[in-house]
Design a protein around this ligand. Structure first.
Ligand SMILES: [Mg+2]
Length: 157
């Protein structure tokens, strides 16, 4: 039996990326999204810049505010993230109908045989999917997450 080629597509810093869709001025800024609201907020998503500052997942908002006053902390807007997630998933489904959504920002996509359909390698096909997600939804799917990857070959599925 031919191995199945499954891509794991994982949007990084998804909540922050969604906030950047609606407010491009947040690009290149240390941005965090928190749930819990106000002083009870807990950090649940961080931009690369926020990670580099040293802000950790699960850190309380009051601590971030005190230690990293330059950080921009936004309250989570789950309804909006769900909306953008649906857009991302529908872009993936234009490549293959066989998509298993794992979470709001992650999906497995069965690409088996699509190298022949698109006349390209699986690695290029994954890049094409990545670029299309970025073009259509402005949500980045980082390459290092995808690696070669995440075209995992899973045998005898
Ligand atoms: Mg993710």
């Amino acid at each position: 039996m031919k191995p199945h080629i499954i891509a794991l597509i994982d949007c990084d810093s998804f909540f922050v990326s969604c906030e950047r869709v609606d407010n491009p001025a947040l690009q290149n800024q240390p941005v965090c999204v928190m749930t819990g609201g106000g002083s009870k907020g807990i950090i649940v998503s961080r931009s690369k810049e926020a990670k580099l500052l040293g802000i950790k997942m699960g850190m309380p908002y009051f601590q971030v505010q005190k230690t990293y006053p330059q950080a921009i902390c936004l309250p989570a807007r789950h309804h909006r993230y769900a909306e953008i997630s649906r857009q991302v998933m529908s872009v993936i489904k234009t490549f293959t109908p066989d998509v298993e959504e794992v979470s709001i920002d992650e999906a497995y996509a069965d690409l088996t045989g699509l190298d022949a359909v698109y006349k390209t390698s699986y690695a290029d096909l994954i890049n094409k999917i990545r670029r299309q997600i970025l073009t259509k939804t402005k949500i980045p799917v980082y390459r290092d997450k995808l690696k070669e990857l995440e075209a995992l070959a899973i045998k005898n599925l």
